[in-house]
Design a protein around this ligand. Structure first.
Ligand SMILES: Nc1ncnc2c1ncn2[C@@H]1O[C@H](COP(=O)(O)OP(=O)(O)OP(=O)(O)O)[C@@H](O)[C@H]1O
Ligand SMILES: [Mg+2]
Length: 413
Protein backbone atom coordinates (compact mmCIF):
# COMPACT_ATOMS: atom_id res chain seq x y z
CA UNK A 1 0.00 0.00 0.00
CA UNK A 2 1.25 3.49 -0.75
CA UNK A 3 2.18 5.25 2.44
CA UNK A 4 3.13 8.72 1.23
CA UNK A 5 0.82 11.66 1.21
CA UNK A 6 0.18 14.80 -0.85
CA UNK A 7 2.33 17.34 0.90
CA UNK A 8 0.16 20.12 2.27
CA UNK A 9 1.51 23.61 1.93
CA UNK A 10 1.95 24.69 5.53
CA UNK A 11 1.37 28.33 6.35
CA UNK A 12 4.39 30.21 7.74
CA UNK A 13 4.37 29.79 11.50
CA UNK A 14 4.54 33.52 12.35
CA UNK A 15 1.60 34.33 10.11
CA UNK A 16 -0.37 31.52 11.67
CA UNK A 17 0.43 32.72 15.18
CA UNK A 18 -0.55 36.27 14.30
CA UNK A 19 -3.82 35.16 12.69
CA UNK A 20 -4.56 32.94 15.63
CA UNK A 21 -4.06 35.64 18.26
CA UNK A 22 -6.17 38.08 16.19
CA UNK A 23 -8.85 35.45 16.00
CA UNK A 24 -8.75 34.86 19.75
CA UNK A 25 -9.04 38.61 20.39
CA UNK A 26 -12.09 38.79 18.18
CA UNK A 27 -13.69 35.80 19.79
CA UNK A 28 -13.06 37.22 23.22
CA UNK A 29 -14.71 40.54 22.21
CA UNK A 30 -17.73 38.72 20.88
CA UNK A 31 -17.85 36.47 23.85
CA UNK A 32 -17.99 39.45 26.20
CA UNK A 33 -20.57 41.21 24.06
CA UNK A 34 -22.95 38.30 24.27
CA UNK A 35 -22.13 37.74 27.97
CA UNK A 36 -21.27 34.16 27.15
CA UNK A 37 -20.43 31.89 30.01
CA UNK A 38 -17.48 29.79 28.84
CA UNK A 39 -17.33 26.08 29.30
CA UNK A 40 -14.48 26.22 31.77
CA UNK A 41 -13.29 23.84 34.42
CA UNK A 42 -16.27 24.42 36.64
CA UNK A 43 -18.81 25.71 34.16
CA UNK A 44 -21.51 23.41 32.85
CA UNK A 45 -21.95 23.41 29.08
CA UNK A 46 -25.66 22.88 29.41
CA UNK A 47 -26.02 26.07 31.45
CA UNK A 48 -24.80 28.13 28.55
CA UNK A 49 -27.08 30.77 27.16
CA UNK A 50 -27.19 31.25 23.39
CA UNK A 51 -23.64 32.04 22.42
CA UNK A 52 -20.43 31.21 20.69
CA UNK A 53 -18.07 28.50 21.85
CA UNK A 54 -14.70 27.30 20.62
CA UNK A 55 -15.26 23.53 20.96
CA UNK A 56 -11.55 22.70 20.70
CA UNK A 57 -10.18 25.18 23.21
CA UNK A 58 -8.45 23.38 26.06
CA UNK A 59 -10.68 25.04 28.67
CA UNK A 60 -13.82 24.02 26.75
CA UNK A 61 -12.66 20.42 26.42
CA UNK A 62 -11.58 20.24 30.06
CA UNK A 63 -14.99 21.59 31.06
CA UNK A 64 -16.75 19.01 28.90
CA UNK A 65 -14.61 16.12 30.12
CA UNK A 66 -15.29 17.21 33.69
CA UNK A 67 -19.02 17.33 32.94
CA UNK A 68 -19.18 13.88 31.32
CA UNK A 69 -16.83 12.17 33.83
CA UNK A 70 -19.58 10.27 35.67
CA UNK A 71 -20.78 8.92 32.29
CA UNK A 72 -17.24 8.28 31.01
CA UNK A 73 -16.21 6.00 33.88
CA UNK A 74 -19.33 3.90 33.37
CA UNK A 75 -18.71 3.28 29.66
CA UNK A 76 -18.05 -0.32 28.75
CA UNK A 77 -14.32 -0.60 27.97
CA UNK A 78 -13.17 2.49 29.88
CA UNK A 79 -10.12 1.67 31.99
CA UNK A 80 -8.38 4.32 34.02
CA UNK A 81 -5.22 4.12 36.11
CA UNK A 82 -3.32 6.80 38.01
CA UNK A 83 -0.03 5.09 37.14
CA UNK A 84 2.23 5.87 34.19
CA UNK A 85 1.88 3.63 31.13
CA UNK A 86 4.16 0.65 31.87
CA UNK A 87 4.69 -0.23 28.18
CA UNK A 88 6.16 3.19 27.40
CA UNK A 89 9.79 2.04 27.04
CA UNK A 90 8.75 -0.74 24.64
CA UNK A 91 6.70 1.68 22.58
CA UNK A 92 9.51 4.13 21.92
CA UNK A 93 11.68 1.32 20.57
CA UNK A 94 8.87 0.29 18.23
CA UNK A 95 9.11 3.25 15.89
CA UNK A 96 11.59 1.73 13.47
CA UNK A 97 11.80 -1.94 14.12
CA UNK A 98 10.77 -4.71 16.57
CA UNK A 99 7.77 -6.11 14.79
CA UNK A 100 6.12 -8.87 16.77
CA UNK A 101 7.17 -7.38 20.08
CA UNK A 102 4.56 -8.11 22.77
CA UNK A 103 3.21 -5.23 24.80
CA UNK A 104 0.90 -5.76 27.72
CA UNK A 105 -1.87 -3.25 28.20
CA UNK A 106 -4.50 -3.65 30.90
CA UNK A 107 -3.79 -7.37 31.31
CA UNK A 108 -4.01 -8.15 27.57
CA UNK A 109 -1.09 -9.02 25.35
CA UNK A 110 -0.78 -7.19 22.04
CA UNK A 111 1.65 -8.41 19.39
CA UNK A 112 2.81 -5.29 17.56
CA UNK A 113 2.74 -5.56 13.76
CA UNK A 114 4.03 -2.11 12.83
CA UNK A 115 2.89 1.46 12.47
CA UNK A 116 -0.52 1.93 10.81
CA UNK A 117 -0.36 5.69 10.68
CA UNK A 118 1.13 8.73 12.19
CA UNK A 119 -1.21 11.63 12.83
CA UNK A 120 -0.54 15.09 14.17
CA UNK A 121 -1.54 14.08 17.70
CA UNK A 122 -0.99 10.37 18.01
CA UNK A 123 0.68 7.30 16.67
CA UNK A 124 -1.41 4.37 15.49
CA UNK A 125 -0.07 0.80 15.58
CA UNK A 126 -1.43 -2.37 14.06
CA UNK A 127 -1.47 -5.23 16.58
CA UNK A 128 -2.77 -8.77 17.07
CA UNK A 129 -4.52 -9.58 20.34
CA UNK A 130 -2.76 -12.58 21.95
CA UNK A 131 -0.82 -13.14 18.70
CA UNK A 132 -4.08 -14.12 16.98
CA UNK A 133 -4.06 -12.83 13.35
CA UNK A 134 -7.87 -12.98 13.33
CA UNK A 135 -8.06 -10.39 16.07
CA UNK A 136 -6.44 -7.32 14.56
CA UNK A 137 -6.69 -3.95 16.26
CA UNK A 138 -5.45 -0.41 15.80
CA UNK A 139 -3.82 0.99 18.94
CA UNK A 140 -3.95 4.78 19.02
CA UNK A 141 -1.32 5.94 21.47
CA UNK A 142 -1.63 9.51 22.60
CA UNK A 143 0.29 11.77 24.95
CA UNK A 144 -1.02 13.52 27.03
CA UNK A 145 -3.97 11.19 27.62
CA UNK A 146 -7.14 12.17 25.80
CA UNK A 147 -10.35 10.34 26.77
CA UNK A 148 -12.64 12.62 24.70
CA UNK A 149 -12.34 10.51 21.55
CA UNK A 150 -13.65 7.46 23.46
CA UNK A 151 -16.72 9.44 24.57
CA UNK A 152 -17.42 10.24 20.89
CA UNK A 153 -17.11 6.55 19.95
CA UNK A 154 -19.54 5.50 22.69
CA UNK A 155 -21.99 8.21 21.59
CA UNK A 156 -21.79 6.81 18.05
CA UNK A 157 -22.66 3.38 19.50
CA UNK A 158 -25.79 4.86 21.12
CA UNK A 159 -26.98 7.14 18.35
CA UNK A 160 -26.12 5.59 14.99
CA UNK A 161 -28.53 2.96 13.62
CA UNK A 162 -27.01 -0.53 13.30
CA UNK A 163 -27.39 -0.50 9.52
CA UNK A 164 -24.94 2.43 9.29
CA UNK A 165 -22.69 1.83 12.27
CA UNK A 166 -19.87 0.27 10.22
CA UNK A 167 -19.32 3.61 8.45
CA UNK A 168 -17.94 5.20 11.62
CA UNK A 169 -15.15 3.16 13.18
CA UNK A 170 -15.42 1.09 16.37
CA UNK A 171 -13.58 1.54 19.65
CA UNK A 172 -13.30 -1.60 21.76
CA UNK A 173 -11.73 -0.04 24.84
CA UNK A 174 -9.50 2.71 26.10
CA UNK A 175 -6.74 2.64 28.69
CA UNK A 176 -6.12 6.00 30.31
CA UNK A 177 -2.84 6.29 32.24
CA UNK A 178 -1.41 9.40 33.86
CA UNK A 179 0.89 10.09 30.90
CA UNK A 180 -0.68 8.29 27.88
CA UNK A 181 -4.00 7.02 26.65
CA UNK A 182 -4.32 3.98 24.40
CA UNK A 183 -7.45 3.62 22.35
CA UNK A 184 -8.09 0.12 20.99
CA UNK A 185 -10.11 0.16 17.74
CA UNK A 186 -11.10 -2.33 15.05
CA UNK A 187 -8.38 -2.34 12.39
CA UNK A 188 -9.20 -1.70 8.73
CA UNK A 189 -6.54 -2.92 6.36
CA UNK A 190 -7.38 -1.20 3.07
CA UNK A 191 -5.80 2.23 3.53
CA UNK A 192 -7.39 5.65 3.36
CA UNK A 193 -9.20 7.75 0.77
CA UNK A 194 -6.01 9.84 0.72
CA UNK A 195 -4.11 6.74 -0.50
CA UNK A 196 -6.67 6.30 -3.30
CA UNK A 197 -6.35 9.95 -4.36
CA UNK A 198 -2.55 9.69 -4.22
CA UNK A 199 -2.58 6.63 -6.44
CA UNK A 200 -4.11 8.79 -9.17
CA UNK A 201 -1.85 11.78 -8.50
CA UNK A 202 1.24 9.63 -8.94
CA UNK A 203 0.26 8.68 -12.49
CA UNK A 204 -0.90 12.21 -13.33
CA UNK A 205 -4.57 11.27 -13.65
CA UNK A 206 -7.60 12.05 -11.54
CA UNK A 207 -10.32 9.68 -10.42
CA UNK A 208 -13.03 8.68 -12.85
CA UNK A 209 -16.16 10.75 -12.35
CA UNK A 210 -18.36 7.80 -11.39
CA UNK A 211 -15.94 6.76 -8.64
CA UNK A 212 -15.79 10.36 -7.33
CA UNK A 213 -19.57 10.37 -7.30
CA UNK A 214 -19.74 7.06 -5.45
CA UNK A 215 -17.46 8.32 -2.65
CA UNK A 216 -19.34 11.64 -2.62
CA UNK A 217 -22.60 9.76 -2.04
CA UNK A 218 -20.93 7.85 0.79
CA UNK A 219 -19.74 11.05 2.44
CA UNK A 220 -23.08 12.82 2.02
CA UNK A 221 -24.78 9.85 3.61
CA UNK A 222 -22.35 9.84 6.53
CA UNK A 223 -22.77 13.53 7.30
CA UNK A 224 -26.55 13.30 6.90
CA UNK A 225 -26.62 10.51 9.51
CA UNK A 226 -24.17 12.20 11.88
CA UNK A 227 -25.72 15.65 11.80
CA UNK A 228 -29.21 14.24 12.24
CA UNK A 229 -28.15 12.70 15.57
CA UNK A 230 -26.36 15.80 16.85
CA UNK A 231 -22.76 14.85 16.09
CA UNK A 232 -20.16 16.85 14.16
CA UNK A 233 -16.90 15.13 13.20
CA UNK A 234 -14.81 18.31 13.04
CA UNK A 235 -11.84 16.89 11.14
CA UNK A 236 -13.37 15.62 7.91
CA UNK A 237 -10.41 14.94 5.62
CA UNK A 238 -9.33 12.05 3.38
CA UNK A 239 -6.75 10.56 5.75
CA UNK A 240 -9.51 10.07 8.34
CA UNK A 241 -11.64 8.10 5.87
CA UNK A 242 -10.66 4.45 5.70
CA UNK A 243 -11.65 2.32 2.72
CA UNK A 244 -14.05 -0.61 3.21
CA UNK A 245 -14.46 -3.56 0.85
CA UNK A 246 -16.77 -6.55 1.32
CA UNK A 247 -15.13 -9.94 1.91
CA UNK A 248 -17.19 -11.47 -0.93
CA UNK A 249 -17.20 -10.60 -4.62
CA UNK A 250 -18.77 -7.33 -5.68
CA UNK A 251 -22.29 -7.47 -7.01
CA UNK A 252 -24.24 -4.86 -8.91
CA UNK A 253 -27.52 -5.19 -7.03
CA UNK A 254 -28.37 -3.38 -3.80
CA UNK A 255 -26.64 -0.06 -4.56
CA UNK A 256 -29.65 2.13 -3.94
CA UNK A 257 -30.78 0.45 -0.72
CA UNK A 258 -27.20 -0.15 0.47
CA UNK A 259 -27.85 -3.85 0.88
CA UNK A 260 -25.77 -6.94 0.03
CA UNK A 261 -22.14 -6.19 -0.71
CA UNK A 262 -22.93 -2.44 -0.95
CA UNK A 263 -23.56 -2.30 2.79
CA UNK A 264 -20.05 -3.58 3.45
CA UNK A 265 -18.12 -1.37 1.10
CA UNK A 266 -17.51 2.34 1.08
CA UNK A 267 -15.83 4.44 3.72
CA UNK A 268 -15.29 4.40 7.46
CA UNK A 269 -14.77 7.64 9.36
CA UNK A 270 -12.17 7.50 12.15
CA UNK A 271 -10.27 10.02 14.30
CA UNK A 272 -12.93 11.49 16.58
CA UNK A 273 -10.58 13.67 18.62
CA UNK A 274 -12.19 16.84 17.29
CA UNK A 275 -15.71 15.46 17.45
CA UNK A 276 -18.46 17.73 18.77
CA UNK A 277 -21.31 16.28 20.81
CA UNK A 278 -24.12 18.78 20.29
CA UNK A 279 -26.16 17.33 23.14
CA UNK A 280 -23.72 19.01 25.54
CA UNK A 281 -24.53 22.50 24.23
CA UNK A 282 -27.77 24.48 24.04
CA UNK A 283 -29.45 24.02 20.66
CA UNK A 284 -28.73 27.59 19.61
CA UNK A 285 -24.97 27.41 20.23
CA UNK A 286 -22.77 28.30 17.28
CA UNK A 287 -19.07 27.68 17.17
CA UNK A 288 -16.01 29.82 16.74
CA UNK A 289 -12.44 28.61 16.57
CA UNK A 290 -10.17 27.65 13.76
CA UNK A 291 -9.34 24.04 12.89
CA UNK A 292 -5.94 25.34 11.68
CA UNK A 293 -5.70 22.53 9.15
CA UNK A 294 -4.38 24.15 6.03
CA UNK A 295 -6.77 23.62 3.12
CA UNK A 296 -9.68 22.65 5.39
CA UNK A 297 -10.58 25.97 7.06
CA UNK A 298 -14.20 26.55 6.13
CA UNK A 299 -15.45 29.83 4.61
CA UNK A 300 -16.87 30.93 7.98
CA UNK A 301 -13.53 30.38 9.74
CA UNK A 302 -11.76 32.47 7.12
CA UNK A 303 -14.38 35.22 7.32
CA UNK A 304 -14.47 35.25 11.12
CA UNK A 305 -18.09 34.10 11.27
CA UNK A 306 -19.63 31.46 13.51
CA UNK A 307 -20.05 27.95 12.09
CA UNK A 308 -21.65 24.65 13.02
CA UNK A 309 -22.17 21.85 10.48
CA UNK A 310 -20.14 23.80 7.89
CA UNK A 311 -16.87 22.46 9.31
CA UNK A 312 -17.81 18.98 8.01
CA UNK A 313 -19.53 19.99 4.78
CA UNK A 314 -16.60 22.21 3.81
CA UNK A 315 -14.29 19.23 4.41
CA UNK A 316 -16.54 17.17 2.14
CA UNK A 317 -16.25 19.82 -0.62
CA UNK A 318 -12.44 19.88 -0.31
CA UNK A 319 -12.30 16.08 -0.61
CA UNK A 320 -14.64 16.08 -3.65
CA UNK A 321 -12.45 18.74 -5.23
CA UNK A 322 -9.30 16.69 -4.55
CA UNK A 323 -10.93 13.63 -6.14
CA UNK A 324 -12.10 15.54 -9.20
CA UNK A 325 -9.09 17.79 -9.79
CA UNK A 326 -6.19 16.32 -7.72
CA UNK A 327 -5.62 19.65 -5.95
CA UNK A 328 -6.91 21.39 -2.86
CA UNK A 329 -9.94 23.61 -3.36
CA UNK A 330 -9.56 27.36 -3.69
CA UNK A 331 -12.67 29.44 -3.31
CA UNK A 332 -13.62 32.56 -5.20
CA UNK A 333 -16.67 34.80 -5.06
CA UNK A 334 -18.52 34.45 -8.36
CA UNK A 335 -21.38 36.65 -9.52
CA UNK A 336 -24.72 34.92 -9.11
CA UNK A 337 -27.81 35.29 -11.30
CA UNK A 338 -29.51 37.60 -8.80
CA UNK A 339 -26.61 40.07 -8.94
CA UNK A 340 -25.06 38.96 -5.65
CA UNK A 341 -22.01 36.79 -5.09
CA UNK A 342 -21.65 33.15 -4.26
CA UNK A 343 -18.68 31.08 -3.11
CA UNK A 344 -17.57 28.58 -5.74
CA UNK A 345 -14.37 26.62 -6.41
CA UNK A 346 -11.93 28.53 -8.63
CA UNK A 347 -11.19 25.52 -10.86
CA UNK A 348 -13.88 24.90 -13.45
CA UNK A 349 -15.56 21.59 -14.17
CA UNK A 350 -14.76 19.51 -17.25
CA UNK A 351 -17.38 19.87 -19.97
CA UNK A 352 -18.07 16.15 -20.19
CA UNK A 353 -18.78 15.80 -16.45
CA UNK A 354 -22.28 15.81 -14.97
CA UNK A 355 -21.69 19.52 -14.30
CA UNK A 356 -25.17 20.40 -13.00
CA UNK A 357 -24.84 17.88 -10.14
CA UNK A 358 -21.37 19.06 -9.09
CA UNK A 359 -22.41 22.72 -9.33
CA UNK A 360 -25.45 22.03 -7.19
CA UNK A 361 -23.28 20.35 -4.56
CA UNK A 362 -20.76 23.19 -4.24
CA UNK A 363 -23.41 25.93 -4.49
CA UNK A 364 -25.53 24.41 -1.72
CA UNK A 365 -22.71 23.46 0.62
CA UNK A 366 -20.43 26.48 0.26
CA UNK A 367 -23.19 29.05 0.59
CA UNK A 368 -25.21 28.13 3.64
CA UNK A 369 -26.36 31.30 5.27
CA UNK A 370 -27.39 29.82 8.58
CA UNK A 371 -26.04 27.30 11.05
CA UNK A 372 -29.36 25.44 10.98
CA UNK A 373 -29.62 21.70 10.47
CA UNK A 374 -28.37 20.70 7.00
CA UNK A 375 -29.59 17.11 6.78
CA UNK A 376 -32.29 17.79 4.20
CA UNK A 377 -29.83 19.52 1.88
CA UNK A 378 -27.40 16.61 2.26
CA UNK A 379 -30.15 14.06 1.60
CA UNK A 380 -31.36 15.83 -1.56
CA UNK A 381 -27.84 16.10 -2.96
CA UNK A 382 -27.22 12.42 -2.23
CA UNK A 383 -30.48 11.34 -3.83
CA UNK A 384 -29.83 13.21 -7.08
CA UNK A 385 -26.41 11.58 -7.38
CA UNK A 386 -27.78 8.13 -6.57
CA UNK A 387 -30.50 8.54 -9.18
CA UNK A 388 -27.94 9.53 -11.78
CA UNK A 389 -25.74 6.47 -11.13
CA UNK A 390 -28.77 4.16 -11.08
CA UNK A 391 -30.13 5.65 -14.30
CA UNK A 392 -27.53 3.91 -16.42
CA UNK A 393 -26.49 0.25 -15.93
CA UNK A 394 -23.23 1.03 -17.75
CA UNK A 395 -22.27 3.47 -14.99
CA UNK A 396 -22.94 0.89 -12.31
CA UNK A 397 -20.88 -1.69 -14.18
CA UNK A 398 -18.02 0.76 -14.56
CA UNK A 399 -18.15 1.67 -10.88
CA UNK A 400 -17.88 -1.99 -9.91
CA UNK A 401 -14.95 -2.52 -12.24
CA UNK A 402 -13.15 0.55 -10.90
CA UNK A 403 -13.64 -0.54 -7.29
CA UNK A 404 -12.40 -4.04 -8.08
CA UNK A 405 -9.34 -2.61 -9.86
CA UNK A 406 -8.63 -0.22 -7.01
CA UNK A 407 -8.83 -3.06 -4.54
CA UNK A 408 -6.31 -5.14 -6.45
CA UNK A 409 -3.85 -2.32 -7.03
CA UNK A 410 -3.92 -0.77 -3.55
CA UNK A 411 -4.52 -3.52 -1.06
CA UNK A 412 -1.80 -5.43 0.62
CA UNK A 413 -4.28 -7.89 2.10
N1 LIG B 1 -8.77 1.76 12.81
C1 LIG B 1 -7.78 1.98 11.97
N2 LIG B 1 -7.40 1.04 11.08
C2 LIG B 1 -6.37 1.25 10.22
N3 LIG B 1 -5.67 2.40 10.16
C3 LIG B 1 -5.99 3.39 11.01
C4 LIG B 1 -7.06 3.24 11.95
N4 LIG B 1 -7.17 4.38 12.65
C5 LIG B 1 -6.23 5.20 12.18
N5 LIG B 1 -5.51 4.62 11.19
C6 LIG B 1 -4.40 5.23 10.42
O1 LIG B 1 -3.65 6.07 11.30
C7 LIG B 1 -3.67 7.43 10.85
C8 LIG B 1 -3.69 8.38 12.04
O2 LIG B 1 -4.81 8.09 12.86
P1 LIG B 1 -5.72 9.26 13.44
O3 LIG B 1 -6.22 10.06 12.31
O4 LIG B 1 -6.73 8.65 14.33
O5 LIG B 1 -4.63 10.07 14.27
P2 LIG B 1 -4.46 11.62 14.56
O6 LIG B 1 -3.15 11.83 15.20
O7 LIG B 1 -5.62 12.09 15.34
O8 LIG B 1 -4.49 12.24 13.12
P3 LIG B 1 -4.59 13.74 12.62
O9 LIG B 1 -3.27 14.11 12.11
O10 LIG B 1 -5.62 13.63 11.53
O11 LIG B 1 -5.08 14.56 13.75
C9 LIG B 1 -4.91 7.53 9.95
O12 LIG B 1 -4.78 8.55 8.99
C10 LIG B 1 -4.94 6.13 9.31
O13 LIG B 1 -4.03 6.08 8.22
MG1 LIG C 1 -6.32 11.78 11.49
Amino acid sequence: MLSWRICRKAEPFDRLKEAHSLFLQRISKRTKASSLEKVGDDAQATDLETGFVNPWETSTLNGLIHKIKPQLVKYDGYHVSNKVFPGKANLSSLQNYSRNKIIEIGGRKYQMKGCAGQGGFAQVFKAFIDSNPDEVVALKVQKPPFPWEFHMYRQLDCRIPDSQRSSFGLAQRVHVYSDYSILVCDYLSHGTLQDVINSYVVVGKSMEEVLCMYYTIEMLNMLETLHSVGIIHGDFKPDNLLIRYPPENLTETGFHEKTGSWSKKGLCLVDWGRGIDLSLFPRTTEFTGDCRTSGFRCVEMKEDKPWKFQVDTYGLCVIVHMMLHNVYMEIEKKQSLDGGYINMPRTSFKRYWKVDLWKELFTKLLNRETCEDDTETLRNLRKSMEEYICSDPKLMKKLNELLAKQRISLCSS
